[in-house]
Design a protein around this ligand. Structure first.
Ligand SMILES: Nc1ncnc2c1ncn2[C@@H]1O[C@H](COP(=O)(O)OP(=O)(O)O)[C@@H](O)[C@H]1O
Ligand SMILES: [Mg+2]
Length: 295
């Protein structure tokens, strides 16, 4: 893996106005970098701002402050975005938790998977759109007999895999997946995470993987960032983070992971985390190589 930075999120801030005077600060001065070819995991409890980060990165929200550089292009700058629109739309793909529910109910699976290629006039590498769809379906573990089915005929898990196949068919350089497997059965979750790992190794795309399941993150990710109330509290290589968590909040999150061994599981203690009032804003400091903690 080289160290080229594909995605550079700088001081990202996004809030949602509730009334004229009140706003929810969903993301607060958050910075991180995604290197080309790596899988970066963003974890944190529900409401910590993960989805807002994903949506800002994919230009679905326009942040109030900060910059998001993708291949050096400031994607939040309207002119730069317009100038690079096609490149941005073809090389970045998003999968979200309920991608399945946004599939067009009246399109056949093969057309759904091929639609982005059609829209962007991309020649299917395997000859026809149908062949391409079949290939991607095989990859995500969907039977080819589904090619001519419609979403309502599929289970939720199958629909989510159609959404994943559609994103992968574009052979993205950046895949942003916002809790892509949370709606799937546990057995299929493992299968899809294995698939992600395999595909990422094969194609080397860069992957922003958002999850609250830490076991999946530990298995899949190269580096992990821990989010809390819109901020990053700790960023480190995965093994380092799981072996030597430094921030009390990270320790608390890790203490909540169930242990498969029943004896150790019974002895497992939850470490509560309560942020002290007036706690520092949390600038990240590098405490050991590539390991950053807020202080
Ligand atoms: N469209 C919205 N309008 C108002 N508040 C929102 C909106 N989307 C998210 N929020 C708020 O922003 C915060 C972060 O939400 P979100 O990014 O969805 O977190 P996560 O994905 O980690 O659960 C939460 O407090 C949430 O209630
Ligand atoms: Mg979310």
């Amino acid at each position: 893996m080289d160290n080229e930075i594909l995605l550079d999120v700088q001081h990202l801030t996004h809030f949602f106005p509730i009334t004229k005077k009140i706003a929810v600060k969903a993301v607060d001065d958050l910075s991180f970098q995604l290197r080309r070819g790596e899988i970066f995991g963003l974890v944190g409890e529900s409401g910590s701002g993960k989805s807002t980060v994903a949506r800002c990165v994919m230009n679905l929200y326009r942040p109030q402050a900060g910059r998001i550089l993708y291949k050096g292009i400031d994607t939040c700058d309207r002119r730069a975005f317009r100038k690079n629109r096609r490149m941005l739309q073809t090389t970045r793909q998003l999968i979200f938790q309920d991608s399945a529910s946004s599939l067009n109910q009246r399109m056949r699976v093969c057309d759904i998977i091929a639609e982005p290629m059609r829209i962007q006039h991309i020649t299917p590498p395997r000859g026809t759109h149908r062949a391409e769809a079949a290939f991607q379906m095989h990859y995500v573990g969907l039977d080819p007999s589904f090619l001519d089915r419609y979403p309502p005929e599929l289970s939720g898990g199958q629909r989510q895999r159609v959404a994943i196949a559609r994103a992968l068919a574009m052979e993205p350089e950046l895949l942003v997946a916002d809790e892509p497997i949370a709606s799937l059965d546990v057995s299929i979750q493992a299968q899809i995470v294995n698939l992600f790992k395999h595909l990422q190794q094969e194609h080397g795309f860069s992957f922003l993987f958002i999850a609250h399941d830490l076991a999946m993150v530990e298995f899949l990710c190269d580096r992990v960032g821990v989010m809390y109330h819109g901020r990053l509290l700790e960023v480190a290589p995965t093994e380092e983070l799981f072996q030597h968590p430094l921030h009390p909040y990270t320790k608390s999150l890790l203490s909540a992971i169930p242990i498969p061994d029943p004896v150790r599981e019974r002895a497992r203690k939850l470490i509560p985390y309560e942020e002290e009032p007036g706690a520092p804003r949390g600038t990240l400091r590098e405490v050991s190589p590539d390991h950053f903690v807020a202080e």
